[in-house]
Design a protein around this ligand. Structure first.
Ligand SMILES: *Cc1c(COP(=O)(O)O)cnc(C)c1O
Length: 538
């Protein structure tokens, strides 16, 4: 980046994944945000993160005796949080809600500000209770606190901000406050909106239309989310129902998707939206000190023995699996890792789709698979997916393991110690997929559909494997059959023989995997892209 003074950026996110025990995250969006603010600290970038202080965080999801997932919640206390002494007030259902502002830089991150409504002054202390616990009024209340409360917190803390970055649409209501401030200073709504657009940038994350949150205008009005704007003005920003992504696109000077393919998909998806910003691609990245095993980094940099290092780390994973599940896997046999949110498009069970093909490998243990992943507490389809994986564990006790309560600890273990990292979403529905980056930099070879980040990194057969050819159709029956065939072809005709019969080639691929990803998909590159393409005006 150039040496000029960099703009100061307020980075709004509903979740931050900084550490397994600091339950401010649910999944990939939060992991990205956590890595982002650690990376910002590493390169001294003036990014000021703002989020909510969740009392219970996201679900702790366990498996019951029948093999079904169930959700548990606990009140967590974090004694390391610093009290900034600042409180701000927002209106929810026309009642003042006080938000206390905490701060922490405990995890090697830029100081993170967290708004908390769980204080005696509030009758509605539960707004910051559960992350993604609700969809309707409660979600809007959370978004008022994050967006409007977040802007007010910056003012009260007297941190001058040049750019407001909304990481996903959850923070879009922040713009109502930015517009309101300017109207109070005498600007018309039009001028205030235009001026606000000049200081806002927006990141969209979900390539599924239904995944983009909407709220009826009536409900927003009832919740006091208009924040002084009129119904007509709100409708012009986000439509009716008010779409948080469309609002983000219309409130920003520039937007981005989280991989090049995702940017294309998003531009197509939102083609009809008038007055929106352009969506460019800035591919996600990971904070390498958090996710890459130091022993592997040392071995790679000093010409050490990658295989011996991997074997040691794989042994630790196998012990971790035994401790958590009681299942003893075979360290000599191929171990596939697969952990992601249980959502249908991710197709966790694609590998089981033609049992006559895969069964012999699972029965012999020649292929072993370790799964993890949570379903959203209100998603019955997702819960069925988890139950099905648990059933597979019972069916193939030598070869299939499901680890309950997926979190950063499990994520780190699996992306370090597996041999293969499998990813088989329905293209183009995987926005980015940072777990594959963690794997690749640990010398764990990706075997993936050409979706999300993988088309940018994959040199098929050299640094990992592509499944299929990027085929797309909206006929899911056809797509699933096509990709199932492609998965078996790649896995059984290329991955398995290489693993068992050509170790030298495997190790060469591990080397190439690390070499081709460790710089390109590390936070420094990503932050530089955000500064050069989004934050610094051309
Ligand atoms: C890395 C990580 C993610 C994001 O990975 P995806 O590839 O997007 O699924 C989600 N959850 C946890 C716990 C992680 O460690």
């Amino acid at each position: 980046m150039n040496e000029k003074k960099l703009p100061t950026v307020a980075y709004f996110s509903m979740e931050f994944g900084l550490h397994s025990d600091f339950k401010m995250y649910a999944g990939g969006l939060g992991i990205l945000a956590g890595d982002y603010i650690k990376g910002a600290k590493d390169i001294n970038a003036p990014i000021v993160p703002i989020g909510l202080k969740w009392k219970q965080g996201y679900t702790d999801q366990r498996i019951d005796a029948e093999g079904k997932p169930y959700d548990t919640y606990h009140n967590y206390v974090y004694d390391f949080l610093e009290d900034t002494g600042v409180k701000v007030s927002v209106k929810v259902r026309n009642v003042d809600v006080i938000c206390k502002v905490w701060k922490t830089d405990k995890f090697g991150n830029n100081p993170l500000y967290l708004l908390d409504t769980d204080i005696p002054e509030n009758s509605d202390a539960w707004i910051t209770g559960q992350l993604y616990g609700w969809f309707g009024e409660e979600r809007i209340a959370q978004e008022i606190v994050l967006g409007i409360g977040g802007v007010k917190a910056m003012r009260a803390l007297q941190i001058p901000i040049d750019v407001y970055h909304f990481n996903e649409g959850h923070a879009a209501l922040a713009a109502t406050e930015l517009i309101r401030e300017k109207m109070c200073a005498g600007l018309t709504f039009e001028k205030a909106w235009l001026a606000t657009r000049e200081e806002v940038v927006f990141t969209t994350h979900t390539p599924i239309k239904e995944g983009n949150e909407t709220h009826p205008l009536d409900r927003l009005e009832y919740m006091t989310a208009f924040n002084g704007l009129t119904r007509d003005q709100m409708e012009r920003i986000g439509g009716n129902p008010f779409n948080m992504t469309i609002a983000g696109l219309r409130l920003s000077r520039i937007s981005n998707g989280v991989a090049d393919l995702h940017a294309d998909t998003s531009n197509k998806m939102w083609k009809e939206v008038s007055g929106r910003s352009e969506i460019i691609g800035i591919t996600n990245a990971i904070h390498t000190p958090t996710w890459v095993d130091e022993r592997m980094t040392q071995a790679f940099e000093n010409g050490g023995d990658l295989w011996a290092t991997h074997t040691e780390i794989k042994g630790e994973l196998i012990q971790f699996i035994a401790d958590r599940s009681g299942i003893q896997l075979n360290p000599d046999n191929l171990l596939i890792g697969f952990s992601r949110r249980a959502a249908p498009y991710k197709r966790s069970d694609l590998i089981f789709s033609q049992p006559e093909i895969i069964e012999p490998y699972l029965e012999s243990g020649k292929i072993q698979i370790v799964f993890s992943g949570k379903a959203h507490p209100l998603d019955d389809t997702g819960k069925k997916i988890v139950s099905n994986l648990v059933a597979m564990m019972k069916k193939y006790p030598k070869a299939v393991v499901f680890l309950e309560n997926y979190d950063m600890t499990i994520g780190a273990q699996l992306t370090r110690g597996s041999d293969i990292w499998l990813n088989n979403p329905r293209r183009p529905l995987e926005a980015s997929g940072t777990s594959g980056m963690k794997a690749s930099m640990n010398g764990v070879l990706n075997c993936s559909i050409l979706d999300g980040w993988w088309p940018e990194a994959c040199i098929d057969g050299e640094n990992g494997w592509a499944i299929g050819d990027g085929f797309e159709t909206t006929d899911f029956a056809v797509l699933d059959r096509h990709d199932s065939d492609a998965l078996y072809d790649t896995l059984l005709n290329r991955v398995v023989p290489t693993y068992y019969e050509n170790r030298a080639k495997w190790v060469e691929m591990m080397h190439k995997s690390i070499e081709t990803t460790r710089v390109e998909f590390a936070t420094k590159r990503m932050l530089e892209d955000y500064y050069n393409k989004m934050y610094i005006k051309a």
